[in-house]
Design a binder for this molecule. Structure first.
Ligand SMILES: [Zn+2]
Length: 223
């Protein structure tokens, strides 16, 4: 397993590169680009969100609080005057960073429900659905944000896999093949939960053709 700092650094670096490339290819503006990098970094530590390391949880909830403030500001800016808006954003930050963090810590045990391909994909779909409906983002942007989160989480799983290979020789450690899995085969209940969530999410997703179009434009800008 790669350590926390590696996960965060690689995902942030990868996310920043992808955000920069998309900006250069005019897939999005600069201001739309940097939240994508943050989302990727967040995705990069998401699979370990229920790990026992307190610094991981602290950073995760700090990032979540930043994302909540961005989302809250987007949603509230047309509804509140500047003064109350700043207060509301401050409250959101403190609420997510400390209250939600404390509640989460109290009620979770490390079961690895977030540590799978299925979870990574569905968290991305959830992100796309939320940004499309709650934040009224255009469909391509909503998909880009979902892809950023899923991409970060996939990088995490790949890194865990790479680190289970002995870097000097070709000897495989016992954990090889356990990280990059569709779901935890010892916990089939988790997969069922994620699939149910996927079914519930389906009607809320931005239109699928927009995703294909975004991917095509992304691929075309590389070739
Ligand atoms: Zn991991």
């Amino acid at each position: 397993m790669a350590n926390f700092r590696t996960h965060f650094g690689v995902a942030l670096g990868g996310g920043a590169l992808a955000a920069y490339a998309g900006w250069q290819a005019s897939l999005w503006s600069f201001n739309e680009g940097w939240p994508l990098a943050i989302l990727t970094a967040f995705g990069g530590i998401l699979p370990d969100i229920d790990s026992d390391h307190s610094h991981a949880i602290r950073l995760i909830f700090t990032l979540l609080a930043v994302l909540a403030v961005i989302a809250g500001a987007l949603w509230l800016q047309s509804r509140l005057a500047p003064g109350p808006l700043v207060l509301a954003c401050g409250g959101l930050y403190l609420g997510v960073r400390y209250l939600a963090g404390a509640i989460f810590k109290r009620f979770t045990v490390h079961r690895g429900i977030w540590h799978s391909l299925l979870a990574s994909l569905l968290c991305g779909m959830g992100t796309a659905a939320m940004s499309f409906h709650l934040l009224a983002q255009p469909a391509p942007m909503a998909w880009a944000q979902g892809l950023a989160l899923s991409g970060g989480a996939l990088v995490h799983l790949l890194l865990d896999e790479l680190y289970s290979v002995d870097l000097v020789g070709s000897r495989l450690k016992r954990s090889f093949g356990t990280a990059f899995k569709l779901f935890d085969y010892r916990e089939p209940g988790n997969a069922v939960l994620w699939l149910l969530l996927g079914v519930a999410l389906a009607p809320w997703l931005p239109p699928w053709p927009t995703l294909l179009e975004l991917v095509n434009r992304g691929v075309a800008s590389w070739s």
